[in-house]
Design a protein around this ligand. Sequence first.
Ligand SMILES: Nc1ncnc2c1ncn2[C@@H]1O[C@H](COP(=O)(O)OP(=O)(O)OP(=O)(O)O)[C@@H](O)[C@H]1O
Ligand SMILES: CC(C)(CO)[C@@H](O)C(=O)NCCC(=O)O
Ligand SMILES: [K+]
Length: 266
Amino acid sequence: MSEASGAQGRWLLLDIGNTHTVAGLYRADGRQEAETRFRTDAAATADEYRVLLRQLFYDRIGADLWQVASRAIVSTVVPALEAVVERACKEAPRRVEFLSITAKLAREFELAIPIPDSLGADRLANVAGALSLVDPPLMIVDAGTATTFCLIDEGRRYIGGAIVPGLETSWRALQARAARLFSVELVRPETTVGNTTETQIRSGVLQGYEAMIEGMADRLIRDSGLSGATLIATGGCTRLIRLSERFRLEPDLTLTGLYQYGRANG
Ligand SMILES: Nc1ncnc2c1ncn2[C@@H]1O[C@H](COP(=O)(O)OP(=O)(O)OP(=O)(O)O)[C@@H](O)[C@H]1O
Ligand SMILES: CC(C)(CO)[C@@H](O)C(=O)NCCC(=O)O
Ligand SMILES: [K+]
């Protein structure tokens, strides 16, 4: 078998968030070969997506993504980009099957909520990913543009959670409204007691956010009755803060879930 044909049948996994898109190239056996991250542009065209993805992956795998990918599995929380990425796949030089995560697809958990279609595709993927790693009950926190919490009970039922403005989202909102506050590099301070504007911002924005996540986790577990739940954390913001040891960090959780959806569907 030639090198080129040996590298076919890869799965392109795309987690399109409101701020960033994470793209992974996976083998059908679940092994990750490459990952890349770029800004989400809700106005991007199918041609732009195809070229951008080809370039980003060429740097990592030294091959043309569109020659090696056989399918694309996509979670998007930006509705306009679903059709765009589907077209990018359709117009690729070789056939790339397109699968978009919705509440209607086959999955290995139940959605025990009144409006299943309203749940973000990234959260569906997170639940699928978490269940492939640990036994329920479990709670997921994903800290991005928004910070989402998802609760899954012992019977593999998603029962609900919470949505909180993201760390950077809330800090930017405050900067826009407070005339005397200025931008600082978000480096975590060891103490919550700041004695300059700069150190107080670092304390409040970073340690304050940790306190929110730790406190919300306690309340969600208390109110759901899911005592003993395993706590899983993901999202780029988890790099800026330090959560307690009870959180298991899984940076690739959403991609892992997209892979699980791919296995359950086709
Ligand atoms: N690979 C990375 N290297 C350094 N910092 C990162 C990285 N990924 C994320 N971050 C930091 O974490 C923040 C949030 O990242 P993440 O990608 O999870 O969320 P987002 O892009 O803000 O949201 P969304 O996933 O909703 O688009 C970023 O703004 C950045 O400060
Ligand atoms: C909450 C976000 C923005 C997090 O990315 C996304 O999952 C979303 O748009 N969700 C829709 C609302 C919901 O999940 O209930
Ligand atoms: K995300």
